[in-house]
Design a protein around this ligand. Sequence first.
Ligand code: HEC
Length: 139
Amino acid sequence: MFNRKTLFPLIFVLALALAACGGNDPEPTATPAPAKPTAAVVAVVGDATAGKTVYMGTCIACHGPDAKGVTGLGKSLHAADSEFVRGKSDDELVAFILVGRTPDDPLNTTGVGMPAKGGNPAITEQQLRDVVAYVRTLK
Ligand code: HEC
């Protein structure tokens, strides 16, 4: 029934159909995208579970395992403790984590610096969104 002549066009059509489906991929190939912050950031929605993983890998060192802060390092990120976290939108928190806060920044409250992206240059915009979604779960 299928000889070379019929099989080949069939495979071709299948390949086309598959290629068309590929367009629905929710995470378009993870480009390490430091280049274009705002436009891309706004479109992405954060996932708190993934954000917890980011937190435990990058932020925990200074903000502590419970995100209550570590003396001499990072502060508590719980909404109840941080007016900054309470007062900022998700976009603003993402923008803050992107740049961090130097010790000589007038807004610095501890004299200790927060490195850009929590010191993890590999962190993606999606991961920043995710970690902010996780911070929002801290009451
Ligand atoms: C090397 C230590 C360090 C790491 C790692 C770090 N931070 Fe920080 N972070 C700080 C310090 C220090 C401050 C406080 C700066 C100041 O005194 O104003 C801070 C402040 C913050 C604030 C503002 C809190 C406030 O009340 O002003 C947020 C939000 C925050 N960090 C989120 C994060 C997230 C999310 C990560 C992980 C992606 C992270 N930080 C990783 C040191 C760190």
